[in-house]
Design a protein. Structure first.
Length: 211
């Protein structure tokens, strides 16, 4: 294959990637880096067939409860027939759960929102919060992301994780962290029409913060 092509460093290939426009919120900016070449959220938002998939995003926190999680997901599903809920016929409902291991532990060490998801994996159903009737869920797929235990995050039980195909990402290097935050700061300054000299100050702020 000599002469058919050449290797290009990933950072060179992403220099001119568009991050959005003035209507884009800073928290919605996805910064391409060497360490994160695959973005689940961006993929679900922009690259799934809209006629076949219905993506939805949930952020778990320490205060997230099982009831809240069930209500949020159920609000996005249609009633297929009595006791059966799912996305519109012909579509797959794809739920992306971010910070999955953030919910606080209850008295016996379980995380109720996580156990609710496990119940769906194990049995394919939940129970109505008003009359406890059986609620069968169809055409629903769960994708999740979480960080290592510590700092408010908890260890997730193996009987829950066994339902997933697990991919791990190394901790970000300093260069990657600087690139992410410098890009976000520059995006904010540009969208709010700051003078060019402020861009240098933005980079200095990021460097000082990293130190």
């Amino acid at each position: 294959f000599k002469g058919k092509g050449r290797w290009v460093h990933w950072n060179d290939a992403i220099k001119n990637v568009s991050l959005g426009d003035k209507t884009t919120k800073v928290q919605d900016v996805i910064v391409p880096t060497l360490d994160t070449s695959v973005y689940v959220k961006e993929k679900l938002m922009n690259h799934l067939d809209k006629d076949r998939f219905l993506p939805f995003f949930i952020n778990f926190s320490a205060r997230t409860s099982a009831n809240q999680s069930q209500n949020i997901i159920m609000s996005r599903l249609d009633k297929r027939r009595k006791g059966v809920f799912g996305p519109p016929v012909g579509k797959k409902f794809v739920v992306f759960v971010d910070d999955m291991n953030m919910p606080a532990l209850e008295q016996f060490g379980a995380q109720p929102p996580v156990e609710l998801l496990r119940q769906y994996f194990d049995h394919g159903n939940w129970y109505d919060l008003k009359d406890t009737s059986k609620v069968t869920l169809v055409d629903l797929q769960v994708i999740a992301a979480m960080g290592p235990p510590g700092g408010g995050r908890n260890a997730v039980t193996p009987r829950f994780l066994r339902h997933f195909n697990i991919c791990s990402i190394n901790a970000f290097s300093d260069d990657t962290m600087v690139r992410i935050f410098s890009t976000v700061v520059a995006f904010h300054l540009k969208n709010h029409d700051f003078p060019p000299e402020y861009f240098t100050v933005g980079n200095q702020i990021v460097a000082a913060t990293m130190e």
